[in-house]
Design a binder for this molecule. Structure first.
Ligand SMILES: Cc1cc2nc3c(=O)[nH]c(=O)nc-3n(C[C@H](O)[C@H](O)[C@H](O)COP(=O)(O)OP(=O)(O)OC[C@H]3O[C@@H](n4cnc5c(N)ncnc54)[C@H](O)[C@@H]3O)c2cc1C
Length: 387
């Protein structure tokens, strides 16, 4: 893995950063206040080829990988306007369809996900399963008369369902031999009868909304199933590893944004003889935040390289560690940034306080800090499980 980014990657970073700064934090704050998605930024990023940079060229994408897509999300975040649905639409859904979809699903979805004209949400979390996704109960059974699928279940905290043309739902089918439930993925169009959503009142200042979903005998054609019914977890993890890598990019971008605002402030703000940034009590935590973000980015890039090279197992461990490191670095950077601004850290004018809750998202989702520590304890260190 090259530690120094290629000329091409640096050019991509600079171009996305320019787009991000054209919109900036103020744009995102306005869309949140107006209660609408960041449509203009989404459309322009798509038109410039950034949203589909990881999707195959033959289906309208850029032919790159998660490495390139993570650069896009990180730079938009560093400019103050991250697009959360990038974690879901091109990264999870686009990847899963590109790797396991039928030719028809690829033709139908990939060009539209790449050019941003269609969006796909992703629903795995369930109220009674939470972090224990082995316990999900959304069940798919076949109607023997028609061959259709009938999906029944309940999901929670699913982002962007209102603006997504469809949601990729993780359900389960019953193994005819063993009776055990196997994870399977289904494309559920937004207005399918029986597919109901209820907005969750979140204390988050974000353009994307979260929903509770009820699936009540949702009838889907046979072609709604993505991939092989018997492939089990393999197909699911093909999407979950990019999700973790992209959440790391989201967190690193946000951390960089908060840090840059704090550094700018600390350079000028003078209440004694010298700017507050000259006091080590202010400067050192900011320096530490910078180091933590840089380290997290290295792990994120390792995870992305492994994933793009086809090493799903290696990528799994690295993606978990990257998500952990990035979320912790982001939470610390945001906290320190707010503190650096004193009272101004809590004003709307400086726009940092709302990041305190936003930063926590990367610590909770898509997999919590504790579940990553569990994963590393058990999988990497071989320690026994308590649950
Ligand atoms: C803003 C936002 C957007 C989201 N978007 C989506 C989306 O688009 N699609 C989707 O499917 N989901 C989404 N989620 C859901 C998210 O993935 C879950 O919130 C997350 O997986 C945690 O599940 P939970 O909230 O049920 O917490 P719980 O599983 O109830 O966990 C609660 C606490 O207990 C801890 N805990 C649980 N088990 C253990 C254990 N064995 N050992 C130690 N500690 C443990 C957890 O770490 C956590 O701190 C989103 C969540 C948020 C907040």
């Amino acid at each position: 893995m090259p530690v120094i980014e290629s000329e091409e990657h640096r050019a991509l970073r600079a171009a996305v950063s320019a787009l991000g700064h054209k919109y900036g934090r103020e744009y995102l704050t306005r869309t949140v206040e107006e209660g609408r998605p960041a449509t203009e930024l989404w459309a322009e990023a798509a038109e410039l080829g950034y949203l589909g940079v990881n999707l195959p060229e033959e289906h309208g994408g850029g032919g790159g990988g998660i490495f390139e897509l993570s650069i896009v999300l990180e730079e938009l975040g560093a400019a103050g306007c991250p697009l959360l649905l990038m974690v879901v639409s091109p990264a999870i859904c686009g990847t899963v369809i590109a790797r396991f979809g039928t030719e028809e699903q690829k033709r139908d979805w990939l060009p539209a996900l790449a050019d941003g004209t269609r969006v796909m949400a992703f629903g795995i979390t369930e109220p009674d399963a939470g972090s224990n996704s082995h316990r999900i109960t959304t069940t798919a059974r076949r109607d023997p008369a028609t061959g259709d699928w009938l999906l029944t279940g309940h999901k929670v905290f699913v982002s962007g369902v209102d603006i997504a043309d469809a949601t990729l739902i993780v359900g389960r089918t019953e193994d005819a031999r063993t009776g055990r439930l196997k994870p399977c993925l289904f494309i559920v169009p937004r207005d399918t009868p029986g597919f109901e959503r209820r907005k969750i009142d979140m204390e988050l200042s974000a353009a994307e909304k979260q929903f509770e979903l009820t699936l009540d005998d949702v009838r889907l054609p046979a072609g709604a199933l993505v991939g092989d019914e018997d492939a089990g977890l393999l197909q699911l993890f093909a999407g979950l590893n990019p999700e973790r890598i992209m959440t790391a990019a989201f967190a690193i971008g946000m951390g960089r944004f908060a840090l840059s605002r704090a550094v700018e402030y600390a350079r000028d703000r003078t209440v004694w003889k010298a700017p507050i940034g000259s006091h080590q009590a202010i400067a050192h935590p900011l320096a530490q935040a910078h180091i933590d973000l840089e380290l997290a980015r290295l792990m994120m890039q390792k995870a992305a390289h492994l994933y793009d090279a086809g090493d799903d197992t290696g990528a799994g461990e690295a993606a978990n560690m990257a998500k952990y490191a990035a979320a912790e670095a982001c939470v610390k950077a945001v906290d320190q940034a707010v503190h650096t601004l004193g009272g101004n850290g809590l004003t709307r004018e400086f726009g940092l306080a709302s990041l305190i809750t936003a930063a926590r998202v990367s610590r909770i989702a898509p997999v919590s800090r504790e579940m990553i520590l569990n994963y590393v304890s058990h999988q990497t260190l071989g320690l026994p499980k308590s649950y």
